[in-house]
Design a protein around this ligand. Sequence first.
Ligand code: FES
Length: 317
Amino acid sequence: MAWEYSDKTKELFMNAVQGKDSAHLGEITDPDGIGEHGSIACGDAMKFMFRVERHPTDPLKDVIVEAKYLTFGCTSAIASSEALCAIIEGGRYTPIQALEIDNAAIVKFLEGLPSQKIHCSVMGAEALEAAVFNWAQNRGVDLRELGVDIHPHEQEEGRIVCKCFSMTEPYLRRKIKELNLRTISEITDAVKAGGACATCHHAPGGLQDLLDSIWGTADGAGKSISTAHAADGADEEGRLSPYQFAKKVETLVDSTVRPMLQKDGGDIEIVDIKDLLVYVHLTGACAGCVGAGMTLKMMVEQSLKDNVDEKIRVIAV
Ligand code: FES
């Protein structure tokens, strides 16, 4: 899929890959603050570091004068990292002031990012927080005393909600609130959780349950599909008419499966539905993909089994 990047994003990316003097890709020897976020297994990872001009008596008056990064990721991960370093170096921030630089500031500096790439800007802001935490430890600054709330270990502690991206409940709860995320696809765009097999979307304790417990379910608007039998018009035993069954399959494919496939340049067409057999046609990049069979079983069929009926079979035609 070709992404629509702003001129600023392309310029920062090209400066970095061409090793221009203005770029920040690289490392600082003995940095004063260093932090990491993401993991290579998840496809994006960033190490961010900075050097300060130390104040002789008050570490809170240290000023960040140099910032660099290493990243494993795409165009937007590199450009977001460049933007973060440029903002910091241009502002003569103290490390505590630098915490005000959030992902929205990075997106603004880049003059926009495709919504599916917002997670790259979030990764930069998280790596900055981790680096400030490290600086505070090095300089003996008590962040709690200052009312600064950083949770460097929340990714290792707590129940895993999204196994594909190893994301825990404490981390996801914080990001849902901080970034005002209201839907599963907004969570996926911002932090990638839910962006692979989709089984964490509507599983008990999954992403939809987190959204419901944080924002509530006004008039059932946030109710998970799997618990909405009565609203679907199912009979007393939970059975759907053929029409209702087909509508439910279509709704699930439109709201969950199709957006996931489109992120990778593919798409899906429902050709027919007979009893519990759903005949589909994969199109776009999915059509010729060697992993199409796996996508069909692991993502399309499993989502329908989890959310509509566990006996569903999906067949490619
Ligand atoms: S478990 Fe969340 S995307 Fe697979």
